[in-house]
Design a protein around this ligand. Structure first.
Ligand SMILES: [Zn+2]
Length: 336
């Protein structure tokens, strides 16, 4: 099958070449994650341990937020000197935080109970609200890099928050797409998914989980509240619980797919912090796992890096069908 599908939020075509996923592969495989212990003395995220610059983690028992020791943006960035046209320069200012989900080193987000995930969503929302009040912060990006396949060697469950003086590109693109559509674009995506129904993994109490029709990665998943809210902070209590359940449904099915921790990049797309574009974004979570088969990475190469267009090696309906066929409970069980 060869076809192109329009990605309405990125405003680009995705080439679907589903037959390519079965082509022979003789290269390296991504190693399965080794067994993980509940505590490691050399983990910089475990309670009571020292971090790289000498700070010591408190003996935390719930969610723990602290400044990133290796931030990519800083609060003290200097105004850069002008550059020679056509080059331009500006400061990269902001703040970077780390959020540990749980004191236990071996627990994945997928295994936490719904209420704990809802509490985490509330922490994400509170941090967004707090960071938005800092001078110069235009946007807050919450993201989780998970697994060695995306460059994370520490399995301790955690995510990062970047509060920046710029809006990240994926969010800029989604807002421009909404404006071009005249608003309601994301709602129309939800309607289209419900009409097709075959890619939906979970749809309950005002939150929905689906493999989008325009998925670029084999097991890409969107999780969203049904109501258009610009940020997580705008969810009411019931919506937050529903979103937690919808997020859990996504992560559990990803792990259950091959009874193995699925690596992924998770990002929360929220409207800019200053409220200037609240009508231009329907807050949603994007989960992009880089594997297309067990142990096999989707490499970004000639078409993607060289040409700038994405080739999907799988049909989104096929990824969704495989995920829908998995059990709803995590294969390792939940931890409340
Ligand atoms: Zn740890």
């Amino acid at each position: 099958m060869w076809e192109q599908r329009w990605h309405p939020l990125r405003r680009e075509w995705v080439v679907i070449a589903a037959h390519r996923n079965q082509r022979p592969w003789s290269g390296a495989a991504v190693a399965a994650q080794p067994a993980v212990e509940p505590y490691r003395a050399d983990c910089y995220l475990c309670p009571g341990n020292a971090r790289v610059h000498g700070a010591v983690n408190p003996p935390y028992t719930g969610i723990h937020v602290f400044p990133n020791d290796h931030p990519c943006v800083g609060p003290e960035a200097a105004d850069p000197p002008p550059a020679t046209s056509p080059y331009r320069r500006r400061d990269a200012r902001g703040r970077a935080l780390v959020v540990c989900y749980h004191p236990r080193h071996d627990l994945r987000l997928a295994r936490l109970g719904r209420d704990r995930i809802a509490a985490l969503i509330e922490v994400w929302a509170q941090e967004e609200r707090r960071l938005a009040r800092e001078p110069g912060v235009r946007h807050v990006l919450v993201f989780e890099n998970n697994g060695t396949a995306v460059g994370v060697s520490n399995p301790h469950p955690h995510c990062q928050i970047y509060a920046t003086n710029f809006v990240f590109r994926a969010v800029e693109d989604a807002m421009a797409a909404e404006r071009e559509h005249g608003g309601g674009l994301f709602a129309s995506i939800i309607r289209a998914e419900r009409a097709d129904a075959e890619r939906i993994l979970h749809d309950r109490d005002g939150a929905i989980t689906f493999v989008p029709w325009f998925a670029r990665y084999a097991y890409e998943i969107y999780v969203a509240p049904e109501r258009r809210v610009p940020r997580l902070a705008d969810l009411d209590d019931g919506e937050r619980l529903a979103l937690a359940e919808a997020l859990k449904a996504a992560l559990v099915r990803l792990d259950n797919l091959w009874s193995s921790p699925m690596p992924y990049v998770l990002a929360i797309h929220q409207a800019p912090a200053d409220g200037s574009a609240d009508r231009d974004l329907h807050c949603h979570i994007v989960i992009q796992p880089p594997l297309r088969r067990p142990g096999l990475l989707k490499y970004l190469a000639g078409p993607e890096i060289g040409g700038g267009n994405f080739i999907a090696d799988t049909l989104p309906e096929s990824g969704a069908a495989q995920l829908r066929a998995t059990a709803a409970d995590h294969y390792l069980g939940d931890v409340a």
